[in-house]
Design a protein around this ligand. Structure first.
Ligand SMILES: NC(=O)c1ccc[n+]([C@@H]2O[C@H](COP(=O)([O-])OP(=O)(O)OC[C@H]3O[C@@H](n4cnc5c(N)ncnc54)[C@H](OP(=O)(O)O)[C@@H]3O)[C@@H](O)[C@H]2O)c1
Length: 296
């Protein structure tokens, strides 16, 4: 493939927008970049999507599109599988047949949370819900059809100033409510979509990647601890005028349609060893996003 085009799917999502912003600030030498929203490239419409890829002839596809509504997926199995597994299989097959590279994003929800130390890239998967099952099926499609020309990056608790995420939900609730209760028995790591975008660009720059990588901001905290830090930083940066009491609660006190892993910290050492990208600790990453939201 002589093309030097990078195509991003799911351009209006959190990661899609973070990739576009990073590209605007520091484009990779020798590459062109095209980020396509669902209206421009619907991966669920596989034949049309494949036709579009054949027209564009990308050298690298970053698949940031996904069915990400974890609870809704429980009653929308087919829709989740269509986007997270079947469509991924078609893109993987196209990549292998057309000498393109595929960088695909997956999730900590492929694990069941029974460990108490970080999940390595080879640890046993066992998703607890439809979303995790569909994302794991997408990984398997890639490993079967395009293992020689792809990378899968599992990440967790993704957030940034764009889209919907825990940070923005907490800030809204902290403004509107007198007190909050947040789950304290699910342990994981937040991940800034900007940090993930930096890793992806570092991978493309090195042009040598394969298999599964894990990427997070390196924390091992509960949602409750994350909420406390969000509130502290938001007050410091002038986004909130006062603190409200936050109470730790258990998962059983906050039932959701989809079961979540109690522990999903990912061991990111393979990615850290493989690529040169800026590593900012989780509080520092949060601060960059809080500052950005304060500017808006
Ligand atoms: N968010 C998290 O906490 C989290 C955690 C772990 C892993 N991940 C993974 O990280 C990746 C990026 O997540 P994110 O948080 O950036 O997701 P997001 O904000 O929900 O964005 C997903 C994007 O995919 C698009 N999309 C959905 N169906 C599509 C289709 N058929 N064709 C084309 N685009 C489609 C959506 O389009 P519309 O805007 O039109 O709906 C949306 O823009 C995903 O693979 C996700 O599974 C996310």
């Amino acid at each position: 493939m002589t093309s030097s085009l990078i195509v991003v799917t799911g351009a209006s999502g959190q990661l899609g927008q973070a990739l576009s912003r990073l590209w605007a600030e520091s484009p990779l030498p020798e590459y062109q970049f095209k980020a396509l929203e669902r209206s421009e490239l619907d991966i669920g419409q596989a034949d049309a999507a494949i036709a579009a890829l054949s027209e564009l002839k990308p050298a690298v596809i970053i698949n940031a599109a996904a069915y990400t509504q974890v609870d809704k997926a429980e009653s929308n199995n087919q829709a989740a599988h269509l986007v997270n597994a079947q469509a991924v299989g078609r893109i993987a097959a196209w990549s292998a047949e057309n000498d393109a590279k595929l960088i695909h994003i997956s999730t900590d929800f492929v694990f069941d949370g029974s460990r108490t130390t970080p999940y390595g890239v080879d640890h046993q998967t066992n998703p607890l819900g439809v979303y995790g099952v569909s994302k794991l099926a997408g990984e398997q499609e890639i490993q079967t059809l395009a293992s020689h020309c792809s990378a899968i990056i599992r990440t967790s608790w993704l957030y940034c100033e764009y889209g919907n995420n825990f940070v923005k939900t907490m800030l809204r609730l902290m403004k509107d409510r007198d007190q909050l209760s947040v789950v304290n028995d699910q342990i994981g790591s937040p991940t800034s979509a900007h940090g993930l975008a930096s890793l992806i660009f570092a991978m493309i720059l090195k042009d040598s990647y394969s298999g599964v990588y894990h990427w997070t901001d390196g924390a091992s905290i509960s949602w409750y601890e994350f909420a406390q830090e969000i509130q502290d930083q938001a007050i410091q940066e002038g986004l909130l005028s006062k603190a409200i009491p936050i109470s730790p609660i258990s998962t059983s006190e906050y039932p959701t349609p989809a079961q979540r892993p109690a522990y999903s910290v990912l061991d990111r050492s393979r990615a850290m060893a493989g690529f040169e990208c800026p590593v900012i600790d989780w509080k520092g990453q949060l601060n960059l996003v809080i500052k950005e939201l304060a500017r808006e």
